[in-house]
Design a protein around this ligand. Structure first.
Ligand code: F6R
Length: 641
């Protein structure tokens, strides 16, 4: 079914896609729309049937619906719901069951009658599954079909759990989960091996029968699959692409998730653009990348042939364009991430004064720092800046039980030698007992989490030491949102912001290195970045802030695109080896890789590959050949607060 084109820049998009600066704005709008739908159907004497999803994506929407219920008296008595899916083999009580998720995230907080809720059962037997799924479909039909279906999208392109290979006609059924999907869920289940292999899901055909479909997506990890779903061909290797055939399917996404749409990534290919410095850099680098040529060798013909005649007319000829972009890129490279003292800094990324600088490195979880900017951290320390590394969270949710068990046993063996530590002994004994009693998927007690947190502290200290940073310059903030929370369910509060404000006021940094600006907003990195934004807003008027720059590093597994980079810090082979040593100290994370692109490689190997790939890209564009590069982009602090 063809869709009327919204605007020239969206001409390649086959699904109506609306961009929002933040997930919250999209969710607020959608929640209102859902309430209006409920009201109009109620006024017509009809019930409303909603199709619901789980996962991180809809959490903000559900929070907004709960708020509307509490504060504006919106009632859900006339609403019926059907959830997309459930893990096969999980009971309702299991902490990771979608039944439990839906009750914790939505149903327990609104007035929907329990018998209006439908969630596939995870405990039917294989023999029962076929019949059970047919009945699930019947219940949807009997209630008149789904009025509005909410969807998220997996990195495999799945909707519901319709993994690649699912046909457009597929119905509710028992399916096998893709290995990437299982890897993405590994954190929730504390290890990939614990993630169920099967699930019951509504089919693509079932979803397409809904009268309206709204797919939501936030964060940079979704950008690639999203662009393929919106602009690519319909194919069963990317089931979300089948939504193109639905007349009333829409995507609501944030800017980070939109990054790979042509209108954002290569806007000159879908219309006239304003050729400012950034757009020019983007286009020139794109051309060099596409032709696999160094920037300085690009010709006028090549610009014209690739639809960039407009750029040539506005800012050309090629010779000028090439030199301009080449020299911009050249000036991103610096071995002095804190600024080079007494040097001409007119074309350096960081200013030379003041020197030394108070540099604050904010790491959402232990390991984000060394993984993403271990080399830069070492350089800052070596160049005598006053570096503080602050770990926003303890990271204890990501520690497997066997690690903590090992530590407890070790300490208890050492017991005679630490007689004065009576308190710790009790803690250890209590924790050991709790671990023994812990059911396979029970939550950790406070004691266990405490020890897991200590374990990560130890690893972080070791890693920092390898980067030259003494333990006295490390802060463990243990922000309460994390200590009280669970993945996907973090609820940050004022006290989290207050802790960051206290840190900022004490250090008065002249440089902050932070991450999470493009992360999914309910991830640890996403939450930490939003907290930093709020904290900076609170201190914005303080005098030291006038002299403070924020440098963004990209999360584990991703790097800034070449045209976005504003500071590129090269690492020598020795510096890279040192960084790897640092990463290696995070022993408890070896089975919990935060980089999930490649299951066969260890975290450090992936980090190494990313830094080396950036160096190769710079070299291919015609710049010097380095072993590895870490990259940063400035956050325009005062326009963003
Ligand atoms: C959840 C579901 C899945 C998720 C998708 C994205 O019920 O059916 O398709 O929507 O895996 O997950 P999150 O939102 O966690 O990124």
């Amino acid at each position: 079914m063809s869709m009327p084109i919204q605007s020239e820049s969206e001409q390649l998009e086959r699904i109506r896609t609306t961009l929002y600066p933040k997930a919250d704005a999209a969710c607020a709008e959608l929640a209102r729309e859902i309430v209006e739908l409920m009201r109009s159907r109620e006024a017509a004497g009809q019930k409303t049937v909603l199709g619901l999803a789980t996962g991180s994506t809809p959490v903000r929407l559900y929070r907004e619906l709960i708020r509307l219920h509490r504060e504006e008296g919106v009632s859900f008595r006339n609403v019926y719901t059907f959830n997309l899916d459930e893990y096969f083999g999980l009971s309702r009580e299991h902490p990771q069951s979608y039944f439990r998720f839906m009750h914790e995230q939505l149903f327990a907080h609104i007035d929907i009658p329990e018998d209006h809720i439908h969630i596939p059962s995870g405990t039917v037997t294989r023999q029962q599954a076929f019949q059970y799924c047919a009945e699930y479909e019947n219940s949807i039909r009997e209630l008149g079909g789904i009025d509005l279906q909410i969807l998220g999208i997996g990195r495999t392109g799945h909707i519901g759990f319709n993994e690649p290979g699912s046909s457009r006609e597929s119905r509710t059924r028992l399916v096998t989960l893709d290995s990437m999907t299982r890897r993405d869920a590994a954190r929730d289940f504390l290890g990939e091996a614990n993630v169920p292999r099967y699930a019951i899901t509504m089919g693509v055909g079932t979803i397409l029968e809904a009268r309206q479909v709204v797919l939501l997506a936030w964060g940079d990890s979704k950008s690639e699959v999203l662009a393929r779903a919106v602009e690519g061909e319909q194919t069963d290797s990317l089931p979300a692409s089948f939504l193109q055939s639905h007349a009333k399917a829409r995507f609501l996404i944030d800017h980070a998730a939109a990054a790979d749409l042509t209108r954002i990534k290569h806007p000159w290919r879908v219309g006239l653009v304003k050729w400012d410095d950034e757009m020019t850099r983007k286009a020139v680098i794109w051309l060099a990348d596409t032709l696999q040529k160094p920037i300085l060798k690009l010709t006028d013909e090549e610009y014209s042939e690739r639809g960039m005649a407009d750029l040539l007319t506005t800012r050309g000829p090629a010779y000028d364009l090439n030199i301009q972009v080449f020299s911009q890129l050249q000036h991103t490279i610096t071995g002095w991430p804190g600024g080079k003292p007494n040097a001409d800094d007119s074309s350096r990324p960081e200013r030379s004064q003041p020197f030394p600088k108070r540099s604050l490195i904010l790491s959402p979880e232990p390991q984000d720092d060394v993984l993403c900017l271990g080399g830069t951290l070492s350089r800052l320390v070596r160049q005598k800046h006053e570096v503080t590394v602050a770990y926003a969270t303890s990271g204890n949710l990501a520690v497997p039980d066997n690690e903590v068990s090992r530590v407890i046993e070790l300490f208890l063996e050492l017991e005679p030698e630490i007689r004065e530590a009576g308190k710790e002994r009790n803690l250890l004994r209590t924790a050991r007992e709790q671990l023994r009693q812990k059911g396979e998927f029970d939550f950790d007690s406070i004691e266990i989490r405490h020890i897991k947190g200590l374990l990560r502290r130890g690893e972080a200290r070791e890693a920092c030491q390898i980067c030259g940073l003494p333990a006295g310059r490390i802060r463990f903030l243990d922000l309460p949102f994390y200590e009280m929370g669970r993945y996907r369910q973090f609820a940050p509060k004022e006290e989290d912001v207050a802790a960051l404000v206290t840190l900022l006021e004490e250090i008065k940094p002249q440089q902050i290195f932070a991450t999470g600006s493009l992360s999914e907003p309910s991830s640890v990195q996403g939450v930490c970045f939003e907290l930093l934004r709020q904290a900076l807003t609170q201190v914005a008027s303080q005098s030291w802030m006038k002299d403070c720059r924020v440098w963004l590093y990209r999360g584990a597994g991703a790097e800034w695109a070449s045209h976005e980079i504003e500071m590129a810090v090269p690492l020598s082979p020795d510096e890279l080896a040192n960084k790897i040593q640092g990463i290696y100290q995070h022993q408890s994370q070896r089975s919990q890789s935060p980089i999930r692109t490649d299951r066969h490689r260890e975290t450090w190997q992936q980090a190494e590959a990313i830094n080396q790939a950036t160096a190769k890209t710079y070299n291919r564009l015609g710049l010097a050949e380095y072993e590895a590069i870490e990259t940063f982009k400035q956050w325009p602090i005062f326009t963003q607060l």
